[in-house]
Each structure stands twice: as structure tokens, then as C-alpha cells.
Design a protein around this ligand. Structure first.
Ligand code: TXA
Ligand code: MG
Length: 337
């Protein structure tokens, strides 16, 4: 395994040239990581979606550290991660629909936006001053153990510099945060590969899908027994909802049936005759496999020095909605903020 991180950072000289420290995600390492979070530090940890960059959600200073490390605009609120539904209910108000969704989907790759409870004790920086809060109970041994051990709500956006592709391995995180004092729990590669679905359950409004993700719109609608609408455009300012996000340096062309001259070709299902793809997101045309491979492929395009890439069409059904959402943002020419 590559090791680009220092393992100790003590004393003044080393603090000046801070580097991510890697911590093995065994029981001892997770307990050390929990101490770092509890004392205001930043810990990147694997979840079943992507790596998160976690900090104590009750501490302004700690949360400020996340925004600084990511270079993230302050108006963008963060997801709060907790270990169980009891902890979640101390932070937000769950109506019947939200409770059904939480019961069926948690722990899992779904985030609920619900009204913020008074006296929840969460830093205003986490919610960006909104009266709502985004909450998730992640699955997976490392995230669960970390959250249970800290015993506090952990704010964690995806562990990548703002606007860049989300990290699915400890190496990706180390690359993104070179020169920064963060700890990285070196666990298994994140399995899902795309961020959680974000669903808003707010009083007097239909359920809304703010960000498609690993749990499909259809699944949420079935659980809640009501249709799940779209975000009302312009009402939520969130990086994952910006037009250009998850962006590699390469320019992307979508829904391409063949590569043009100079383009790397990304297939989904059987590649066209005579075309040697740079990568196939899934030979079998399986959406789950494609979701898991997407961010790795975007990173590998840049690493291989490709300036242009063409992606084969991906069906817009089920998990395809989330994959196409990320691809459209990655392909957009300009940021809108
Ligand atoms: O899978 C995931 O969700 C990962 C892992 C680490 O849990 N986290 C993640 O966080 O993707 P982040 O910060 O990259 O995306 C969180 C999204 C942002 O688009 C943010 O604006 C939105 O959630 N969000 C947070 N609080 C919100 C709120 N109160 N209302 C609407 N959107 C909110
Ligand atoms: Mg993100």
C-alpha cells in the first residue's frame, strides 16, 4: 500500500508542515480517532457511500476546521452523522413519513432533512443558520464504531476539497488533503461509491429528493407511501446541488455512442464494435457496479492525463438517476457560485 502520510506530528516544526496521519481502522485506531474528534480535530472515515471528513458537530471551532480544510463555502450546510435513531431524534423532528423512512433505511445511504430541534446543541455553522438539519446514520463497522465511541453528533461532508470528486479510498483522501492536519481512518474501500440520497421531510410539504443517491426515489416513495418530488429550484444552496460539482479536470461528453478523436471512452455494458474503452463502468450493464466505479473512473481519467472523455448513455431509471446526476454536474462547464 502506498503511504504518503507521516505517522507522527509533534512539535513546532512538524506542525508547520502538517500532513494527514493514517490510523488503522482497528478497535484501537478507531478509539484514537474518536479522541481526536472529541478534542476538536478532523477525522476522515469510511462510510458505505464515500469517505466523510468528520468533526464534532457541537463545536463551532471544530466545524470551522472542516470548512477551512475543504475550502467549502460557508453557506453550505453539512450532514450530521449519529449512531442510532435515538440520537437522531434529539437533533431533528421526525414526522410519520420521516419515521417510516428512518426505520426502513437506517443505518444506510440516505440522509433526511427535517426541522431542527430547539436546543439540539448543533453549531450554527453545520446548519448554515437554517431551521432544518440533515441527519444520517451510516452503516458499516468503522463509521458505526466511531460514532458509538465518540457519543457525539459528527458533522461530515464528503472528504474531498470543495468541488472535486468525492473520495472512496484512504489514498484519495490523503491526495486531497496533502499539507493539512487531518487524521484518516484507513479502512475498507467504500462500497457504494456515490453519496447518500437526500430526502427532505418538512411540515406542510411533499417529500422532496434534494439529491439522488444510492437509495432510489422509487424505494423512498414505496416506503413512505407517497410520491417523492424534486427540490424546488433556487431554494436550497448546496454544493452537491450546484451545476458544476464532482468535477475532474477532463472535459466530459455524455450520452456518446462512440468516442471522437482524442477522447477516452467510458463504456457501460458492451462497448461498440472496434472501440477499446478506457474503462467499462459495468460490462454487464449493472447500475450498482457502475455507481461504485464512477468516482474512481473520474479520478483515473485525470491521473492518466486525459483531457477529454466520452461516456456511453446510462439509463435514467433507479440508481441511474443518481449516476446521471453526478455525471451532468461533472460535465458542466461552469460553476454557478
Ligand atoms: O454519503 C454522504 O452523504 C456523504 C457521507 C460522508 O455521509 N456526505 C456528503 O456530504 O455527501 P456533503 O457535505 O458532500 O453533501 C451534503 C449535502 C450538501 O449538498 C448540503 O448542502 C446538503 O447535504 N445539506 C446539508 N444540510 C442541509 C439542509 N438543512 N437542507 C438542505 N440540504 C442540506
Ligand atoms: Mg460532497
Amino acid at each position: 500500500m502506498r503511504n504518503r502520510s507521516t505517522s507522527v506530528a509533534k512539535g513546532d516544526e512538524t506542525r508547520l508542515q502538517a500532513e494527514p496521519i493514517r490510523i488503522a481502522a482497528d478497535a484501537e485506531g478507531i478509539s484514537r480517532a474518536a479522541d481526536i474528534v472529541k478534542t476538536g480535530g478532523l477525522v476522515a472515515f469510511p462510510t458505505e457511500t464515500v469517505y466523510g471528513l468528520g468533526a464534532d458537530a457541537t463545536s463551532d471551532d471544530a466545524v470551522l476546521g472542516i470548512f477551512e480544510a475543504k475550502g467549502r463555502p460557508r453557506f453550505n450546510p453539512l450532514i450530521v452523522h449519529v449512531a442510532n435513531r435515538e440520537a437522531a431524534s434529539r437533533l431533528g423532528v421526525f414526522d410519520d413519513r420521516a419515521q417510516k423512512i428512518a426505520a426502513a433505511c437506517w443505518p444506510g445511504a440516505l440522509t433526511l432533512v427535517v426541522p431542527l430541534r430547539k436546543n439540539a446543541g448543533i453549531s450554527d455553522l453545520v446548519t448554515a443558520g437554517l431551521d432544518t438539519i440533515a441527519i444520517r446514520i451510516p452503516a458499516g463497522r468503522v463509521a458505526q464504531t466511531l460514532l458509538r465511541t465518540t457519543g457525539i453528533p459528527v458533522a461530515a461532508p464528503s472528504a474531498n476539497p470543495s468541488g472535486q470528486v468525492s473520495a472512496t479510498t484512504a489514498d484519495d483522501v490523503a491526495d486531497g488533503f496533502a499539507g493539512q492536519a487531518i487524521a484518516i481512518l484507513d479502512g475498507w474501500e467504500t462500497a457504494g461509491g456515490l453519496e447518500s440520497s437526500i430526502v427532505a421531510a418538512l411540515p406542510g410539504a411533499p417529500l422532496r429528493l434534494l439529491r439522488p443517491g444510492l437509495v432510489t426515489r422509487e424505494t423512498v416513495a414505496e416506503i413512505a407511501g407517497e410520491a417523492v418530488g424534486d427540490a424546488v429550484s433556487g431554494t436550497i444552496t448546496a454544493p452537491g446541488q450546484l451545476r458544476r460539482h464532482y468535477a475532474p479536470a477532463a472535459r466530459l461528453r455524455l450520452n456518446a455512442n462512440r468516442p471522437e478523436h482524442g477522447e477516452a471512452f467510458i463504456a457501460f455494458g458492451p462497448a461498440p464494435a472496434g472501440v477499446e474503452p478506457f474503462r467499462n463502468l459495468s460490462d454487464a450493464g449493472d447500475l450498482r457496479e457502475a455507481a461504485a466505479a464512477l468516482f474512481r473512473t473520474l479520478r483515473d481519467l485525470d491521473a492518466a492525463g486525459h483531457q477529454r472523455a466520452a461516456f456511453m448513455p446510462i439509463p435514467d431509471t433507479g440508481l441511474g438517476e443518481a449516476i446521471n446526476d453526478r455525471l451532468r454536474r461533472a460535465a458542466a462547464e461552469e460553476t454557478d457560485a
